[in-house]
Write a protein that binds this ligand. Structure first.
Ligand code: SF4
Length: 66
């Protein structure tokens, strides 16, 4: 599983960072998402990433199953 982020859609809402700060961060200049770990292995982390994908208001995040 790999996380993808579409920066053209990201509006910097920060829901992803609030949901899983070990995986997501935001750029200081425009608030768009930074994916710190594109392939987290821990199941609990993956569950929170799935929640973050669901919560993102602009549908900027996606999961590519491998
Ligand atoms: S929740 Fe979505 S819109 Fe907000 S910072 Fe994360 S990726 Fe961007």
């Amino acid at each position: 599983m790999r996380i993808t982020a579409d920066l053209t859609r990201c509006v910097g809402a920060g829901q992803c960072v609030l949901t899983e700060p070990a995986v997501f961060d935001q750029r200081e200049d425009d608030g768009t998402v930074i994916v710190l770990d594109e392939t987290p292995g821990d199941e609990k982390t993956v569950d929170r990433v799935r929640e973050a994908v669901h919560l993102c208001p602009s549908r900027a995040l996606d999961l590519v199953e491998s």
